[in-house]
Design a protein around this ligand. Structure first.
Ligand SMILES: NC(=O)c1ccc[n+]([C@@H]2O[C@H](COP(=O)([O-])OP(=O)(O)OC[C@H]3O[C@@H](n4cnc5c(N)ncnc54)[C@H](O)[C@@H]3O)[C@@H](O)[C@H]2O)c1
Length: 363
């Protein structure tokens, strides 16, 4: 690769602008040789907002202008989920490295197709999972990997936020309430992040039993409860909720191991919520926390106090893979693994049976 990496961006909505902003910070502050070449969105308003975010050399209505630009090396796909398939396929056919927002696609069959295309292309592909890049989950992963707490026995993970549709929150979009356009609700559209986190932390999942509900009357589920068994033997539960509580956005994660417990709370948007932090109890009879409480102050002191900081870290990992010619640490294979668990959960909710993840891959 030449001295610079040309950036293309498709979709100038919420996520497109978050990535553009974080990339602009890399370019300006970290001296990373990246160039904003071309972006697109059919919406004039979205293009205007992008113009205020980062100075792309061209802002276009359609994706062809981005994909046909020889100066573009890597493309961020930040459009509604149902559009990802065609855009990813076209980007790979144009020889561009691809960062695609999650979920990769509304159906598992399409996700499998995209993973096959990615593997055949030899290009760097990354999926926009957020949780594994956040400071608190990374701290927990390091702690578990150290072996200090012994074998993990089980976990409880809960994630809740306001239903991300305009009628509940003016800052988001209508397409999120359509099964056809998203594949589902709180589980696939939001907590696929947590599913990825759980597989990244505890290894591949083998079985899922789940129930889903739609309490708010949308066609996608707003409530899902999963029991997940991992190949490692670890078992745990995931509860995901889209409610009516604007301004609230919280993850609560508790891990139980033979020599200790970990309790953590964090928000993607409300980073400075007073309840955010992590507490580790070790099995020596002392109840007091003996690990630093990670709060907004703690993160700010390290330059990490900023909503959406995870996107900067995720983008940096992708750029590093592109520039070094190595695989992304969060490739489409991770997307396939998380989508398989989500698909197993939907099948379980529909049948009332526990579903083997291996069966999802073969049927
Ligand atoms: N990683 C995360 O934490 C996170 C958070 C929110 C959304 N997402 C995902 O990001 C993707 C985009 O979500 P969003 O919140 O930015 O949506 P959004 O509705 O705010 O923005 C989508 C934009 O894409 C544009 N668009 C639609 N079709 C297009 C096309 N063919 N070519 C170019 N532009 C097109 C729309 O005009 C719109 O401006 C979705 O897959 C969503 O699930 C990820």
């Amino acid at each position: 690769m030449s001295g610079t990496t040309g950036i293309g961006l498709i979709g100038c909505g919420l996520m497109g602008r978050i990535h553009a902003w974080e990339l602009s910070q890399h370019a300006d502050k970290d001296g990373v040789p990246i160039v904003p070449v071309a972006a697109c969105d059919p919406s004039t308003d979205a293009r205007q907002k992008m113009a205020e975010t980062w100075d792309f050399a061209s802002l276009n209505e359609g994706a062809d202008a981005v994909l046909e630009d020889p100066e573009v090396d890597a493309v961020w796909i930040c459009t509604p989920t149902f559009t990802h398939r065609d855009l990813v396929a076209a980007a790979l056919a144009s020889g561009k490295h691809v960062y695609c927002e999650k979920p990769l696609a509304p159906t598992f069959a399409t996700v499998r197709e995209l993973q096959d295309l990615a593997a055949e292309s030899g290009l760097v592909c990354q999926v926009g999972f957020e949780s594994r890049w956040q400071a608190i989950p990374r701290f927990i992963r390091l702690l578990l990997d150290s072996g200090e707490l012994g074998s993990v026995m089980g976990y409880v993970q809960r994630s809740d936020e306001v239903f991300p549709e305009t009628s509940f929150n003016p800052n988001v979009s209508e397409w999120r309430a359509s099964v056809e356009q998203t594949g589902g609700g709180a589980l696939i559209e939001h907590s696929i992040h947590e599913v990825d986190l759980l597989c990244w932390m505890f290894g591949p999942a083998t079985h899922v039993a789940a129930a889903t509900r739609s309490v708010l009357g949308r066609e996608v589920e707003d409530t899902a409860a999963l029991t997940i068994t991992h190949e490692s033997g670890v078992v745990g539960t995931l509860m995901t909720i889209w409610n009516r509580m604007e301004g609230r956005d919280e993850n609560r994660f508790e891990i139980f191991s033979e020599n200790g417990t970990v309790e953590a709370t964090w928000g993607g948007v409300v980073l400075d919520a007073p309840q955010n932090g992590i507490r580790v109890h070790r099995g020596d009879g002392k109840a007091a926390p003996d690990s630093p409480l990670i709060t907004a102050d703690y993160l700010a002191a390290r330059g990490l106090h900023k909503p959406f900081f995870w996107a900067r870290v995720a983008d940096a990992a992708f750029l590093q893979a592109v520039r070094s010619g190595s695989e992304s640490p969060c490739g489409f294979d991770a997307g396939l693994a998380a989508h398989a668990v989500v698909e197993a959960a939907y099948r379980s909710a529909a049948t009332g049976e526990t579903v083997a993840v291996a069966d999802v891959h073969t049927t």
